[in-house]
Design a protein around this ligand. Structure first.
Ligand code: BGC
Length: 722
């Protein structure tokens, strides 16, 4: 009934169901009825409005009972729709909130597949709708400025273009279910150390070219209905009260019509935040009446420090989002844990796995001749749906790598397991195990004995979701828990050792690269993790994942570390590397990484030829059309991601050596050749000119380079912009 009253207010009058359905289809394609929303705003008392602008529960806000306006219901987050929690964050212990565990953000990014990002969003949106969570606090895509950031696993990439293409599709997918995406964390939340106090000094060009593009694209192309302000300050001002970020850029330039939601506990003022663009204060209670946007806001309005107009605009935004979500007419039916959701998770996981090294062609496994496999390492049986500090999912199920191998090979191959090391890192939120603790010699000895008895060993090492976590950064890149000692011992015991490293961010695997012939990179890969990984190892799936960030040979090679600008001093961090983030730095400074951005092998070889552009010279406003041929020269069908980088020759401003401007993932049958078309709007060649505050396309020559990774360039050509 409640919903009906608001529907009535929004849509005019009670009408028959079929007319509503018809009107709704039309309304969906139109702007929300601003005039009708204004009429509702007029009916609300100031107290009722203020109650809508702050949390009244960990994930909820108050509605207005007498008008049938429901409260907002939000929920995390990037790994799937999180379980219900009580005040204090403990589990609500329901039996109805088990959900699909989706692969982590950097896994999704490693697929380089925007279609999968859409399905990912769509299915998560469907689960959010089934659980009546109308705002899902995802996707999260802050730039991987340092590989140490505790949330690198949640985020996508070091590259703003890859970030943008995936974020837009994830948003569209979620919102196709009339569930609001909440893109986060706006902006420059690139480290967890002191995230609630640190001030980021970043120059305007860098902000515009590196840290804002995916937010901009999510709003202007993806049409995201909500956004979360970050915990940190930018240029001395908290993001939740930052007039420049919120009023000028987001609501002004990008014409954002939705809600700016604070990060949980990330609000620091009443008048400043209210006037500078924050719409909704969230946090983890329990004294919700003491919130900056509760009684203090009411008093500030009464004292004339915040105008009624400002309050009305915020309420308008909230009702506008409700119009699209909880109050949308004839919304799609929500669904939980469906086979289609499992298939999406499987597809993302399967396309995310990165083959780093296969020197002896041990992969795909020759299953016909292998009689026994020693599966070694805690990560073969560790689950990743929960862990650490921050959002997880109460997974309906999660297939571990060991279970996946048993499912696929258990009938024909003798699979034995040894744990090798303990990956226990935290319990009840506290660290209980130093990652630098030496290897457990008894566990290593047991693993070695087992490895000596089998045809081959598959060793699972890497991080886990306790070790990589929100709220803290890793201290260094080294493999934790004595894993290197274990790897050395197992490799010495069995010459046919395959190393699978599981993680959401770069690790120092230089010694593994040096000593081991077969290396696979995998992620916190969701409910279907083990099945997808086993299918990659056995060749049912040809690996097609590509690294979404650079693996430095040493931490000090990474830009923020090279310049000593991490984690900052006296709560100040200067982004002195400017636009040279990730491969932009490594390539421009000619520093050899361990593995470069975009890297990933396949069981087949791809030959590139014939890169051409439709024309040789272009004007602003036009689109550069490139074509090339990619031949699958091997025996396995596979998917290749063709990457197109652009360099400006003789630029008048600093430019990175090259920048990703287009990519496409194509399926190519063995022996076949695909004609691949990639287009780049000339406008995308622009740099941000701080003098005029405009994007400027410089005339002159540009080099276009197509390759299989940022350093695996196979073909290049030049064009001129007039
Ligand atoms: C995180 C957000 C998350 C929120 C609610 C915060 O600590 O930064 O990403 O959505 O908590 O769980």
């Amino acid at each position: 009934m409640k919903n009906k009253i608001l529907s009535c207010l929004l849509f005019g009058t009670f009408v028959s169901v079929s007319i509503i359905a018809h009107a709704q289809t039309k309304a969906k394609n139109k702007q929300a009825p601003d005039a009708k929303i204004d009429a509702i705003v007029k009916k609300l008392t100031l107290e009722e409005k203020i109650a809508m602008l702050h949390a009244n529960g960990i994930f909820s806000t108050a509605g207005v009972e007498r008008l049938g306006i429901p409260g907002l219901m939000t929920d995390d987050g990037p790994l799937g729709v999180r379980e219900d929690v009580k005040e204090g964050w403990g589990s609500a212990n329901l039996t109805t909130d088990s959900a699909t565990f989706f692969p982590n953000g950097s896994a999704l990014a490693a697929t380089w597949n925007p279609e999968l990002a859409y399905r990912f969003g769509h299915d998560m949106g469907e689960e959010a709708r089934a659980r009546k969570k109308y705002i899902i606090l995802a996707p999260a895509f802050n730039i991987a400025r340092t590989p140490l950031c505790g949330r690198t696993y949640e985020y996508y990439s070091e590259d703003p273009f890859l970030n943008s293409r995936l974020a837009v599709q994830a948003v569209k997918g979620i919102q196709s279910q009339n569930i609001a995406a909440c893109v986060k964390h706006y902006a420059a939340n690139n480290q967890e150390i002191e995230r609630g106090r640190v001030n980021v000094e970043v120059d305007e060009r860098t902000l515009r070219e590196i840290y804002l593009p995916a937010f901009k694209a999510s709003i202007t192309e993806g049409n995201a209905w909500t956004i979360m302000s970050a915990y940190n300050k930018i240029r001395g001002v908290y993001c939740s009260e930052n007039d420049y970020l919120l009023n000028k850029v987001l609501k002004g330039e990008w014409k954002f019509k939705g809600i700016v939601i604070s990060d949980w506990g990330g609000t620091h003022s009443t008048v400043k935040a209210a006037n500078n663009g924050l719409d909704l204060e969230m946090g983890s209670g329990p004294k919700y009446d003491n919130y900056f946007f509760a009684k203090k806001l009411l008093d500030s309005v009464k004292a004339g420090k915040v105008s009624q107009k400002v309050i009305d605009e915020k309420v308008h935004r909230i009702l506008w989002v409700m119009y699209h979500t909880s109050m949308s007419t004839n919304p799609p039916a929500g669904k939980m844990n469906t086979p289609a959701h499992s298939k999406t998770v499987y597809d993302v996981a399967a396309e995310s796995v990165v083959l780093l090294k296969n020197d002896k062609n041990l992969l795909p496994l020759k299953t016909g001749s292998i009689k026994s496999i020693a599966v070694i390492g805690d990560n073969a049986t560790h689950t990743f749906h929960l862990g650490g500090f921050g959002a997880g999912v109460k997974a309906k199920y999660e297939v571990t790598p060991l279970a996946g191998l048993q499912n696929r090979l258990g009938k024909s191959i003798d699979i034995k397991f040894a744990q090798g090391y303990s990956g226990v890192y935290r319990q009840h939120g506290k660290s209980i195990n130093e990652p630098t603790k030496p290897a457990d010699s008894a566990m290593v000895a047991a693993a070695v004995s087992l490895a000596k008895t089998t045809d081959m060993a598959i060793l699972f090492i890497g991080g886990n979701r306790d070790y990589e976590s929100e709220g803290s950064d890793r201290k260094d890149l080294s493999l934790p828990f004595g894993e290197q000692v274990l790897a050395d011992a197992v490799t010495a015991a069995n010459p046919n050792t395959i190393v699978v490293v599981v993680g959401g961010a770069p690790y120092d695997i230089s010694k593994i690269k040096q000593n081991n012939h077969t290396i696979v990179w995998s992620w916190y890969n969701g409910s279907e993790n083990g099945n997808a990984l086993a299918d990659v190892l056995t060749g049912k799936i040809n690996p097609s994942g590509k690294l979404p960030f650079t693996f430095p040979a040493e931490l000090k090679d990474s830009p923020a570390h090279a310049l000593g600008n991490y984690p900052g001093e006296n709560l100040q961090v200067n982004y002195k590397e400017g636009i040279l983030v990730g491969y932009r730095w490594f390539d421009t400074k000619k520093i050899e990484p361990l593995y470069c951005f975009g890297y990933g092998l396949s069981y087949t070889d791809y030959n590139y030829s014939g890169l051409q552009t439709a024309k040789k010279s272009y004007k602003t406003g036009e689109t550069i059309l490139t074509t090339l041929k990619v031949k699958n020269a091997g025996k396995y069908a596979g998917k290749e991601t063709v990457q197109l980088y652009v360099s400006k020759e003789g630029s008048s401003v600093e430019r990175p050596e090259k920048e990703l401007k287009a990519f496409k993932k194509v399926m190519i049958a063995a022996g076949q050749t695909a004609a691949v078309t990639l287009s780049i709007p000339v406008q995308d060649l622009a740099y941000y000119d701080v003098k005029t505050s405009k994007w400027v396309v410089e005339p002159g020559k540009y080099k276009l380079a197509a390759g299989t990774s940022s350093r695996g360039i196979k073909q290049s050509t030049t064009i001129t912009v007039n």
